[in-house]
Design a protein around this ligand. Structure first.
Ligand SMILES: Cc1cc2nc3c(=O)[nH]c(=O)nc-3n(C[C@H](O)[C@H](O)[C@H](O)COP(=O)(O)OP(=O)(O)OC[C@H]3O[C@@H](n4cnc5c(N)ncnc54)[C@H](O)[C@@H]3O)c2cc1C
Length: 410
């Protein structure tokens, strides 16, 4: 059984950032990856996807974008290539095509079983992705046969869907981007809208993320957040990686996408939408206004304000048996897959209980989760700070273990 000091599970940007920070502290480690480096960017992204974060925000420990287009947005394939280069430049000890099948507690640490053998280590970092699998609501079971159902992880392009109308469920980043693309392809699109985070692409002449970065909003620490549990559940921002172009509900509505409320149920083939669309839109408008106030306070002067979201007659029902809808896209979010974790760190709902990525099981860490240690923790730009903090904690834990060993030997 090979031994190492730290097993990192997952070679996405978080696992690689963690590897870089551990290497800087001379902590012996291995990164186990079930696919290739940047597996999720290679296998779970649609063809046209571009990062919604501008290139200058593509920062990792020891790496910053130095290309010719700092204000552009990388395509998924470019992200995969960038991460592969980063792994190479870091000489990250990645073992690819190795799937971790269980993590169990053992004397002095953990036993990590894989389909290629077993590792023993005093410390383990779960960098296996908070957005590993699409979260599809149970009511998908009630969709009439004959309607194609896809998730953003499986969707590739409009041409791969059967002809006909599309119901996109969910209006966060993935939902609004796919609704816009499907509508541009000439299909009638209905977008079911629940709670969402409205965001203009540009504000006061700059990318909105420049303002959120500069004003310290993205860097806000987890121990300073008012309602952390709620902040961790917030949907992704309604942004697309298209320079200067805002893809909010007003843009989609005026282009011809039909807006409906949250999909509340399906009964006898009838999709039922909540009547709360005006309220959720008013709430999103209000929160956007507050965010812009924060930016203005930081900037010292008032900026422009955006027109309220226009809600035209929203349908309350849609007959899924009428032939009008041929495809449903479940853009209802993602969840982690921690089925291989066999140590008591999960709550009743299967979520990891942690304090800024430090679990209650000594030596077991988590990285890449929403608002893990900072508001930007789930973004590429959030990994550097989180990995540095967790590497420091992990090194402290190893020192404590070594101290205990010396004391018991003397
Ligand atoms: C559609 C989409 C668009 C996004 N756009 C942006 C964006 O524009 N900008 C931005 O900053 N962030 C974006 N994000 C958020 C975030 O950057 C990505 O989710 C990112 O991939 C997360 O990185 P990660 O390293 O935490 O996880 P992942 O990239 O998911 O990496 C986890 C790795 O662990 C591996 N793994 C999982 N289980 C096992 C196992 N049992 N054994 C071995 N290996 C395993 C997986 O194969 C994977 O390679 C986006 C996310 C999504 C879903």
């Amino acid at each position: 059984m090979p031994d190492t000091t730290t097993v990192i599970i997952g070679a996405g940007h978080c696992g690689l950032a963690m590897s870089r920070c551990l290497a800087a502290r001379s902590v012996d480690h291995v990164v186990l990856e079930r696919g290739e480096v940047a597996n999720s960017w290679r296998t779970q992204r649609w063809d046209s996807l571009r990062l919604l974060t501008p290139n200058w925000m593509t920062r990792l420990p020891g790496y910053a974008y130095r290309g010719p287009d700092p204000d552009g947005y990388l395509a998924a394939g470019q992200v995969a290539a960038m991460l592969a280069d980063y792994a190479g430049a870091s000489a990250a000890p990645v073992l690819t095509e190795v799937t971790v099948t269980s993590v169990r507690g053992a004397a002095g640490g953990y036993v990590v079983r894989t389909d290629q053998g077993t590792w023993r280590a005093p410390t383990v970092v779960l960098a296996c992705g908070a957005a590993a699998v699409p979260a599809v609501p149970g009511l998908a079971r009630l969709v009439p046969a004959g309607i194609t159902q896809v998730t953003p992880a499986g969707y590739r392009n409009p041409g791969a869907l059967p002809p006909g109308g599309v119901l996109v469920v969910g209006a966060s980043a993935s939902g609004i981007q796919l609704a816009a693309e499907l509508h541009r392809s000439g299909r009638p699109v209905t977008l079911a809208v629940g709670e969402h985070v409205r965001m203009p692409r540009t504000y006061r002449g700059r990318d909105i993320l420049w303002w959120l970065d500069a004003a310290g909003v993205l860097g806000q620490r987890y121990d300073q957040a008012g309602d952390l549990a709620r902040a961790r559940r917030l949907p992704s921002m309604q942004l697309a990686g298209s320079p200067g172009r805002t893809v909010d509900l007003n843009a989609l509505g005026s282009a011809g996408v039909r807006l409906a409320g949250r999909l509340a149920g399906i009964a006898d083939g009838l999709a039922q939408f909540s009547g709360s669309l005006p309220n959720v839109c008013a709430l999103a408008d209000l929160k956007l206004g507050r965010l812009l106030d924060t930016i203005d306070a930081w900037a010292g002067t008032a900026g422009e304000r955006f027109a309220p979201t226009v809600v035209r007659r929203a349908p309350l029902g849609l007959d899924l048996r009428s032939g009008e809808i041929s495809t449903i896209v479940w853009a209802t979010g993602y969840r982690p897959d921690l089925s291989f974790v066999e140590v008591p760190v999960l709550d009743r709902k299967g979520r990891v209980v942690h304090d800024g990525g430090v679990t209650a099981c000594p030596g077991l860490y988590l990285i890449g989760w929403p608002f893990l240690r900072r508001r930007k923790s789930s973004l590429i730009d959030g990994a550097a700070g989180d990995a540095a903090d967790l590497a420091a904690h992990l090194a402290g834990h190893l020192d404590a273990l070594a101290g205990r060993r010396i004391r018991s030997a003397s």
